[in-house]
Ligand binder design. Structure first.
Ligand SMILES: C[S@@+](CC[C@H](N)C(=O)[O-])C[C@H]1O[C@@H](n2cnc3c(N)ncnc32)[C@H](O)[C@@H]1O
Length: 271
């Protein structure tokens, strides 16, 4: 299934490719920087699944879908879309219970005047009213059943022994090097990028990372397998869709481990 909402740096468009060409066999799945979870929602569930994001808005939203879906549905259906309602919710965010925090987050994803630059490109009214979204929430609830949802910094997660095995596949989609601070956890620093590379290079898990194409990143992962993908980003504005170079970096040979040829990548992208 598709991710539930568009998200800055979200991999909705790239998720099919990642799952088809860069996902090795695994029993344990860890998605380290979850956001909208485009890859998690695209792939089949593993035996054991962990999803993590430092943003509490994100993890609370998915916890509510997993554990409190009926109330979420009821709130979405009974709350007419309104800028004022959304502003009220956001201004009082800290005072809200978790269900209403999730509603506020959900509304923000479909808002027009959101401070988040990507939000203005969506047809918020029709999206909000669409029953398709309710169907998606129900589907997401099934997918999230039994999934561990964690709200930590990536360093805390990577210290856990459970992931230090070749039975585990880690998908990491950190903020881009060129990120200007879209996320509520603040900007991802140069040291963060270095810590991530350092910790991932020591772990026994199979790892797939997606990044913007940047010399700094190519250098950090110079001993890994790097595949460059050119695609048009959904973060660009209405008329000018900009070409982005995205790197898919793996600590295994994707052609051997995922049993596919890279020419299929070109075929996929040409569609
Ligand atoms: C590029 S987005 C992930 C997008 C996601 N793959 C998707 O498809 O929507 C990066 C995510 O990393 C989270 N993040 C930022 N710093 C983090 C940290 N130190 N530890 C864990 N998560 C972090 C942000 O909150 C954001 O949701």
């Amino acid at each position: 299934m598709d991710a539930l909402f568009p998200y800055p740096g979200g991999k909705r468009r790239l998720s099919k490719l990642i799952v088809k060409k860069f996902m090795p066999k695994h029993d344990i799945y860890l998605e380290l920087f979850f956001g909208s979870g485009a890859v998690f929602f695209r792939k089949p569930r593993a035996k054991v699944n962990y999803i993590n994001d430092k943003s509490n808005m994100i993890t609370n939203f998915f916890e509510q879908i997993r554990d409190n879906c009926d109330e979420m549905e009821w709130m979405i259906i009974s709350t007419p879309y309104s800028e004022q309602a959304m502003r009220n919710l956001l201004e009082n965010y800290d005072k809200l219970d978790n269900a209403r925090k999730a509603l506020a987050f959900w509304m923000l994803q479909y808002s027009f005047n959101s401070s988040q630059p990507y939000a203005q490109f969506h047809d918020q009214e029709s999206a909000w009213k669409s029953m398709k979204l309710i169907g998606m929430i129900r589907e997401a609830r099934l997918k999230l059943d039994g999934v561990y949802i964690v709200n930590r910094d990536f360093r805390d997660i990577l210290k856990k022994n459970v992931f230090n095995t070749s039975k585990c596949w880690i998908y990491a989609d950190p903020p881009y090097v060129s990120d200007i601070g879209y996320y509520d956890g603040g900007k991802f620093s140069e040291q963060d990028h270095k810590d991530l590379a350092n910790m991932l290079s020591k772990i026994n898990a199979l790892v797939t990372i997606s990044y913007d194409d940047h010399e700094f990143i190519r250098d950090l992962y110079k001993n890994w397998y790097i595949t460059k993908i050119d695609y048009k980003s959904s973060m660009s504005s209405h008329n000018s869709k900009k070409e982005y170079g995205e790197l898919i970096i793996t600590n295994f040979n994707p052609v051997e481990k995922c049993g596919r040829t890279t020419s299929a990548v070109d075929y996929f992208l040409s569609k």
